[in-house]
Design a protein around this ligand. Structure first.
Ligand SMILES: Nc1ncnc2c1ncn2[C@@H]1O[C@H](COP(=O)(O)OP(=O)(O)OP(=O)(O)O)[C@@H](O)[C@H]1O
Ligand SMILES: [Mg+2]
Length: 1211
């Protein structure tokens, strides 16, 4: 197809790799690796060109071109001159050379170097990239884009990587699909034009997505406005889209038969204009195989492929359908299909009814009625011309009001004068309800009902136009569907972070003798692209230096922004005017459009028509005032182009009559339902799509925005001659391109500026490992860090400039050097990390092995010793091993036991603690009552008995204490007496326990209330009676019991007559010094009175009548007589000790004890014994107690006998 066999070269596998040579099976000469180290021819990097003039630049290009050096560096852009022949520049060796060394070794300028830089930036700097290829038609953009794609898809794992490594199979598949998408889309979207044998008739932008390793994982194609008019009409000498020729030439006979096609191109009306073309450069037969392989690689099934070709064949066959004019009965013009067999075959291919297709092609359903208000702002739209002749009237029931404005319809007879509209437009106005009804009416076959919708016959020429519209729609929609399918096949199926590299290949700027809407759109796109490139390479760079305070010499350049604005400006731009005209509808739109353009844009220096010349044409652009009629002229950046407005409005509208949509949707062909969704009667929205121009404007705007968001890389393609021939270099043509591409200006800007600029922060972040000052972290300001860093590097200062926020690096070479330093340093760092890691890993391994060895050796030794020991033991011989084993076993056993003991201890300790805790917790909830006499107490485990006892005592003491706190004085005294009794008698006297429960009442005879006593006690000062009871006094001589009233006051002991209450004896408490008792149950007590005691004459003092009556007798006599009354006349005589018997012996002794203690200050002696002496005045008597062992002793059971100086008491 191409002069150099390049165009379809993408149909390659990666093994054949980059370049056209392997792609078509041409065995391109393998370039020796050194071939890329070119001999310096001319100046490869035109920054070095002196003098830098347009002529010198072109001469340099020519010089290099002659030596097949087509790539030249021009500042930030790569200039590529189309060689129109195969060159050995794209072999695997060259790929490898640029892939591995491009950043460092100073290889000559090459498209691989640019692609590698983009890919490297993407991989290393994690920035999204974009390669923008521009140039005029035939300059080699598509080729360049393909080479870039081929390079970047192999740059990650290498050109042969995917082949060798099975794990890279998915990458290979993605790579193949991306590469195969090119030939497929080119087959359907490229055509031979005067400018280029493989001219792209659509714009293409590919976003290739890469994973973090830089391997491709998928991609998305975006296509821009296919030049679909080419399907039905081509200029003489041009061809239709490649696929038609490929199908007819390359398909086998069966396929052709099934598609009802003949191999002869002349048989097809749409291909006839290209018949005389020489086919040297294009091999359709081979290309068809390439296309088929691409379809297969992209996952199209055999069935899909046949369906696609059926649509293509249908277009070809539809083109052959002719129409013969007929006259209707009512005098209107109609038509019939001339060649029915073609129609039948088309219907067979599309799966539809010939009648239906015939009526869709030869009739038009229209709405007859007054012209409804157009949304256009045009104040006076021209009346629409009649559209065909009316054949009948259908009722659409459209009287229902829509949006509050019911359209009024007129009878069919008046329609032609009032105008008619395409049913699509009408439905849009009436909303979809009308469409549904229309469809229903149509289905019912009603021909005329109420008079609003009419079916009009089309004239032969109208039917031909309708047929062409259908063919264009079929083809362009098939193309869009193919792009969608390709995108599905190349969609990313992997999760994870991805980076995008965009490759843009649009149709090149073109100027023909007749330039139509398509050329206008193509050139507008190129204009926008030129604006974007100039922005990046010229304006933004200069602005940046100005902003950063860097010195530079401003460079002027041609700014095409006014032209862009002239075309795209809202409301006043050419596209806006065209839209208005398109919306207004009706005939004469093109002329009206031109008139309005003249009115709106006439003032622009870049616009002229026959009627309006520019006010001021720029001096550097040629200005041609002889503009043909129906034309306007624009001064584009690449030249002046005259556009014929014919068809502008219609193409901009780009609407398909609904009859055709409906007919296509009803076809059985599976693709057509997808391609004509608006034909679906159930479709809910009939909103008209934006016009073609507006859509294009929006998508180009989005494309430019997309480019600006990425780091751009520019390839400027230059066409060396118009003849598409190798080795011809037309100076004027090249110079023209060099000029409008602003290449010299770009170099000038680059020369005075810097190759690379980066913020200090990011610069420091990237290169901080290159200086010990900044590695591993820098805490100062980024500028300071950057200057330290650069000081530590072997780079001279003129290579850098410090801006306000950015650092500027003069040349790419310095950037490369920095990268190389970084790479080396990273390698060193990686080596250190590896070293450390390996050391650590080896040590871990060593330790593990050593441990394992110990375990194995120990186990083996044990086993061996056991084995040997066993054998020897059985033989009765003890040897060292055996002993050693036994000792070891013993030791292990001991160790085990110790461990068990320890464990037991631990468990025991914890268990005990737990038991204690349990006990205490239980105890605190089950304490007995607070009464001191309560004897209950919770049981406790044996082990806790001591603690339990202790706690019991403590508790008892506590509750006693509590109990005592409640005592009054009397109770306290009683307690004191009881306690004293306990101290004296507990465990000493057998009768004591009996007394414990017995309260010490003291006054048993109620003496304190006795009136007589009250008188007596006042005299003796004994009013505080401690004890009073009738007890037995034991006579000293015979041991008889004599009842007396015994009174104990707080100061003395008194013995009174029980009847008369006469005091017989009164002994002061101070005179009692001892109290004697036996340990038995006898109730006998002896109170010892001091021997020197001089008893006071109490009888006298107390008025003792007995004593006064007995006056004159001797004391002894008196004593004997008056039972020992101490109040005898002889007071100096001593009476001696008293012996009593009483049931309250414990109480009396206790109280006497306390009384004496209180009186004397020290307690009397309490003598408890079986034998003791008593003083009976002049003689002392030995008391001796004998016990018969009775459990209870009544008073009568005690026998007391006096035997000389002994007194025996038998109990
Ligand atoms: N690097 C190259 N090596 C060999 N031949 C080339 C090279 N570049 C372009 N050509 C030749 O030039 C022809 C036109 O190239 P290409 O189709 O890429 O132009 P284009 O700029 O895309 O044009 P258009 O804008 O019309 O699509 C190719 O068919 C091929 O024969
Ligand atoms: Mg192209």
């Amino acid at each position: 197809m191409s002069s150099g066999g390049v165009p379809s070269a993408a149909a390659t596998s990666s093994s054949q790799c980059c370049g056209q040579h392997g792609s078509r099976g041409h065995s391109a000469r393998r370039a020796p690796p050194l071939a890329i180290h070119e001999q310096e021819v001319g100046v490869a990097d035109t920054l070095q060109l002196e003098p830098l003039t347009e002529e010198a630049f072109v001469a340099n290009l020519q010089q290099r071109f002659k030596r097949d050096l087509i790539y030249t560096s021009a500042g930030d852009v790569l200039v590529s001159v189309n060689p129109y022949k195969k060159l050995a520049l794209y072999s695997l060796d060259v790929v490898e050379a640029y892939r591995t060394k491009a950043l460092l070794s100073h290889l000559p300028p090459h498209i691989f170097a640019l692609a590698d830089k983009a890919h490297w930036n993407l991989r290393e700097r994690n920035e999204e990239q974009c390669v923008v290829v521009s140039g005029e038609s035939g300059s080699g953009k598509t080729e360049a884009a393909r080479i870039v794609l081929q390079y970047v898809t192999v740059a990650g794992s290498g050109p042969t990587g995917a082949q060798q490594d099975p794990s890279l199979a998915p990458i290979k598949q993605v790579r193949d699909r991306l590469l195969q998408a090119g030939p497929l889309l080119e087959a359907f979207g490229n055509a031979k034009t005067h400018k280029n044998d493989n001219s792209s008739r659509f714009g293409k932008y590919l976003d290739v997505e890469f994973d973090f390793k830089g391997d491709p994982v998928g991609g998305t194609f975006t296509s821009y406005l296919l030049e679909k008019s080419r399907v039905t009409r081509q200029l003489a000498g041009e061809r239709n889209f490649h696929i038609f020729y490929q199908l007819l030439t390359g398909a086998d006979i069966q396929l052709l038969k099934s598609l009802k096609l003949h191999r002869n191109i002349d048989n097809y009306a749409f291909l006839r204009p290209s018949r005389p073309l020489s086919m040297e450069t294009i091999d359709d037969k081979r290309d068809f195989q390439v296309t088929k392989k691409a379809l297969e690689t992209l996952g199209f099934s055999a069935e899909d492929v046949v369906q696609i070709f059926k649509v293509v064949a249908s277009v070809l066959k539809l083109g052959n359908i002719g129409f013969t004019p007929t006259s209707n009965i009512d005098g209107t013009e109609g038509c019939t299909v001339t060649n029915d067999y073609e129609l039948f075959e088309v219907c067979g291919l599309l799966g539809t009814n010939p009648m239906e297709l015939t009526s869709a092609l030869t009739q038009r359903t229209i709405l007859a009625g007054p012209v409804l208000d157009s949304p256009s702002t045009n104040p006076a739209p021209p009346p629409p011309p009649p559209c065909g002749s009316l054949r009948g009237v259908k009722s659409g029931g459209c009287s229902s009001s829509v949006a509050g404005t019911p359209p009024s319809f007129v009878p069919s007879s008046s329609m032609s004068s009032t105008g008619s509209r395409d049913v699509y437009e009408v439905c849009e106005m009436l909303q979809h309800s009308t469409l549904a009804r229309l469809t229903l009416a149509d289905e019912r076959g009603s021909s005329s009902t109420a008079g609003e919708l009419v079916v009009a016959d089309l004239s032969a020429s109208e039917a031909t136009a309708s047929r062409d519209i259908l063919c264009r729609a079929l083809y362009s929609r098939l193309f869009a569907w193919l792009v969608k399918q390709v995108n599905d096949a190349t969609r990313v199926r992997k999760y994870g972070k991805r980076k995008v590299l965009g490759i843009m290949d649009i149709y090149g700027f073109e100027v023909f003798d007749q330039n139509n809407f398509e050329q206008f759109i193509i050139n507008f796109c190129n204009e926008k692209l030129q604006q974007a490139v100039a922005e990046c390479t010229l304006r933004l760079r200069q602005d940046e230096m100005l902003r950063e305070g860097i010195e530079w010499t401003p460079v002027d350049f041609f700014n095409n922004t006014p032209v862009c604005e002239l075309i795209e400006k809202n409301n006043h731009g050419i596209l806006a005017v065209l839209d208005e005209e398109s919306q207004r509808g009706g005939p004469g739109g093109d002329e009206s459009f031109l008139a309005r353009l003249c009115h709106t844009c006439g003032s622009s220096a870049y616009f002229e028509t026959r009627n309006c010349a520019p006010h001021s044409a720029p001096t550097d652009l040629p200005c041609n005032t002889s503009v043909p009629p129906n034309c306007f002229r624009l001064r584009h950046y690449a030249g002046t182009v005259t556009y014929n407005v014919a068809g502008f409005v219609e193409k901009n509208n780009d609407t398909l009559p609904l009859d055709l949509s409906l007919a296509m949707f009803r076809c059985e062909h599976p693709l057509l339902k997808n391609l004509f969704p608006e034909g679906n009667p159930k479709r809910t929205t009939l909103k008209r799509a934006a016009s073609a121009g507006t859509q294009f404007k929006i998508s180009v705007g989005a494309l430019m925005g997309n480019l600006q968001s990425k780091t751009p890389h520019f390839i400027r393609c230059i066409k060396p001659n118009e003849l598409k021939q190798p080795r011809i270099f037309e100076n004027a043509l090249v110079q023209h391109q060099v000029r409008y591409l602003c290449l010299v200006q770009t170099i000038k800007v680059r020369k005075t500026s810097f190759a690379h600029s980066e913020s200090y922060e990011s610069f420091l972040h990237r290169y901080k490992m290159l200086s010990p000052h900044t590695w591993p972290c820098w805490r100062g300001s980024a500028v300071e860090g950057a200057s330290y860093l650069l000081r530590d590097l072997p780079l001279s200062s003129p290579h850098f400039a410090f801006g306000r926020t950015k650092i500027f690096i003069r040349s790419e070479r310095t950037v490369s050097e920095l990268e190389e330093f970084r790479r080396q340093r990273l390698e060193d760092l990686a080596a250190s990390v590896q070293k450390m890691w390996r050391g650590y890993r080896c040590r871990q391994r060593y330790l593990l092995m050593r441990q394992s060895q110990i375990v194995i050796a120990s186990a083996w030794r044990s086993w061996r010793e056991w084995q040997i020991g066993k054998t020897r033991l059985f033989k009765g011989k003890k040897n060292l091993f055996c002993l050693y084993r036994v000792a070891r076993e013993e030791y292990r056993e001991l160790k085990r036991r110790k461990q068990i003991e320890w464990a037991v201890q631990v468990i025991q300790t914890h268990y005990l603690q737990w038991r204690r805790r349990q006990y205490l917790q239980r105890l605190c909830v089950s304490l007995p009552s607070d009464s001191p006499v309560c004897r209950e107490w919770p049981m406790a485990a044996k082990r806790l008995a001591d603690a339990n006892l202790m706690l019991r005592r403590m508790h008892h003491k506590w509750r006693c204490h509590k109990y005592r706190l409640k005592f009054d004085q009397t109770a306290r005294n009683r307690m004191r007496e009881k306690v004293t009794a306990s101290i004296i008698f507990k465990d000493r006297k057998a009768s004591y326990p009996r007394s414990v429960s017995h309260p010490f009442l003291g006054d048993y005879v109620r003496l304190r209330q006795n009136v007589q006593w009250k008188k007596i006690c006042v005299e003796t000062n004994d009013q505080y009676v401690v004890f009073a009871d009738i007890i037995n006094k034991i006579t000293r001589s015979s041991g008889k019991f004599v009842p007396i009233l015994f009174v104990l006051s707080t100061s003395s002991m008194l013995i009174l007559d029980q009847r008369t209450l006469q005091i017989k004896y009164r002994v002061p408490a101070t005179e009692i010094y001892r109290l004697s008792l036996s340990p038995y149950l006898d109730d006998v007590a002896i109170f010892h009175i001091k021997a020197s005691c001089e008893l006071p004459n109490l009888a006298h003092e107390a008025g003792c009548s007995d004593c006064s009556r007995a006056g004159g007798s001797s004391p002894l006599q008196g004593a004997e007589h008056a039972t020992g009354c101490l109040f005898q006349s002889d007071l100096g005589k001593k009476k001696g000790d008293f012996v009593f018997h009483t049931g309250h012996v414990i109480e009396i002794v206790t109280k006497l004890f306390l009384v004496v203690q209180n009186a004397v200050g020290k307690p009397p002696e309490v003598n408890i014994n079986t034998e003791f002496e008593a003083n009976f005045g002049s003689q002392s008597v030995m008391f001796s107690f004998k016990c018969a062992g009775l459990p209870e002793v009544q008073p009568g059971q005690i026998k007391i006998m006096r035997k000389g100086s002994r007194m025996e008491v038998l109990v």
